[in-house]
Design a protein around this ligand. Structure first.
Ligand code: UD1
Ligand code: MG
Length: 464
């Protein structure tokens, strides 16, 4: 039986170098707050409970993570990383097992790396196992000081001697401890150091002194352990995360013409043989089926898209659902509540909102369809507008199967158009139309012979 696992995520610091009103751990990486990435990773490892220690901007953090399966601990004053872990003690009452310590600002760490760390900890029966990395430039990090019998202590940059600063093996700030034993060591720590803080790192020397075993596992890819302190690192981490997500889709059979300019958020699902052109953004809980083509400049947020759908350049879609073989755009705007049941064509400069299109219905040019329900095989002519809003309330337009709507029609809602009917171009429809009828509201055309000649002569005379 695997040992029980709990996770504590340090996330109380201010993140001064971000120069932001937003708490550092809420800044998004690939569209998701960095702290949520860490919570998700802890979740996939089966950690329970997951305890983020929050302090700076605590209320905001609580709100953003309200849906996540976490137990928050509050560190009211940020007295150091050791003090922060102590603040989680109450949330872990009665827990005995492996305690994984993560940082809210280290979002790239992979589940597989942490599994290795946990395995190493269990195999060696260590009291503390530190995840370490070799850095070309270790400036700013705590250094791992090894002696004849392995790791002896961690020394912070600010407290390190000249020779200690030469050490290039650094503390990633990620560890596994034994609980509740770790809290005993923490209570013994003091803050007599360069920063006047209670250092979590001092737990190593304390455990060592008590005769406990300390282990360190050197990570292969140091970039994974990168901590985010400023917006330059935020962008770097975003690029790395994006690359990881994109490669996952590529390996699963999705073509990305230019991965460097393809922006896919972590929860997005894409079927095989779909083709993404450059500068496509797929956000939120979007799903895309197989064999779809998504052209440049398309932004899709929280949509469900079936197979063989073609999204043409510059189209923006949100909270919409598209059936098989639809074609949308270029430059179409599908707003929340749009449902295309399949084989629909939505052309350029068409805007839809709360609009259901039955199969094979289409609106090919310059149209607004809002608060509307269309049957099958409806053809909406160029320039059609549903006048759905009277300044106070929204009203519904209902159009039956096989209706042909001539260009430049306005439907003044609420209005119902019977199946099989035809609306003459340029009509303003204010009353219901029966099935199979022609509705036309245009004034009759009158041609006055020779009128234009007479008019020109009159104007020339006035000029002289
Ligand atoms: C820490 C480690 C250092 C390591 C580095 C890796 C200590 C003393 N040093 O240094 O050895 O190389 O991380 O990135 O632990 N936090 C709190 N409450 C506090 C202080 C910090 O929650 O009172 C949180 C921060 O929000 C952050 C994490 O702990 O998520 C690390 O704190 P930070 O101040 O960045 O520590 P470093 O100086 O980077
Ligand atoms: Mg840091």
């Amino acid at each position: 039986m695997p040992k029980k696992l709990a996770a504590v995520i340090l996330a109380a610091g201010q993140g001064t170098r971000m120069k932001s009103q937003l708490p550092k751990v809420l800044h998004p990486v690939a569209g998701r707050p960095m702290l949520s990435h860490v919570v998700k990773t802890a979740g996939t490892l089966g950690a329970l409970p997951i305890v983020p220690v929050i302090g700076h901007g605590a209320e905001q953090v609580r709100q953003v993570l309200a849906e996540e399966p976490v137990t928050f601990a509050l560190q009211e004053e940020q007295l150091g990383t050791g003090h922060a872990l102590l603040c989680a003690e109450d949330s872990l009452k009665g827990f005995t097992g492996d305690l994984l310590l993560l940082c809210g600002d280290v979002p790239l760490l992979r589940e597989t790396t942490l599994r290795e760390l946990l395995q190493h900890h269990q195999k060696t029966a260590a009291s503390v196992t530190i995840l370490t990395a070799q850095m070309q430039d270790p400036t700013g990090y705590g250094r791992i000081i090894r002696g004849e019998n392995g790791v002896e202590r961690i020394v912070e940059e600010k407290d390190a001697s000249r020779s200690e600063r030469q050490v290039d093996e650094i503390n990633t700030g990620i560890y596994v401890f034994r609980a509740p034993e770790a809290f005993e060591f923490l209570r013994g720590l003091d803050n007599s150091n360069a920063q006047g803080e209670y250092y979590l790192t001092d737990i190593v020397a304390a455990a060592r002194k008590a005769g406990e075993r300390i282990e360190a596992l050197l990570i292969d890819t140091a970039a994974e352990a990168m901590g985010i302190n400023d917006r330059v690192q935020l962008a770097e981490a975003g690029a790395l995360m994006r690359q990881r997500i994109n490669e996952g889709h590529q390996r699963a059979g999705v073509t990305l013409v230019d991965p460097a300019t393809t922006y896919i958020e972590p929860d997005v699902v894409i079927g095989s043989d779909s083709l993404l052109h450059p500068n496509v953004h797929l956000r939120g809980k979007t799903t895309i089926g197989s064999g779809c083509e998504i052209e440049p400049g398309v932004v899709v947020t929280d949509c469900s898209i079936a197979d063989q759908v073609h999204l043409k350049p510059g189209s923006v879609l949100s909270e919409s659902s598209l059936g098989d073989a639809c074609a949308v755009g270029p430059m179409a705007h599908l707003r929340p509540g749009t449902v295309l049941n399949g084989n629909n064509k939505i052309g350029n400069f068409v805007e839809t909102k709360k609009a259901v299109f039955g199969e094979k219905s289409q609106a090919s040019h310059l149209t607004y369809i809002g608060d509307a329900s269309l049957g099958k095989n409806v053809n909406i002519g160029c320039g059609t507008i549903t006048c759905n809003y009277d300044g106070v309330n929204k009203h519904q337009t209902t159009i039956g199967d096989d209706v042909f709507v001539g260009s430049d029609t306005q439907f003044v809602a609420p209005v119902t158009i019977g199946r099989g009917s035809l609306i003459g171009a340029g009509s303003t429809i204010t009353k219901d139309v029966p099935e199979d009828a022609l509705a036309i509201t245009r004034a009759e055309q009158k041609n006055v012979a020779g009128w234009a000649i007479r008019n020109r002569q009159k104007l020339q005379k006035q000029k002289k």
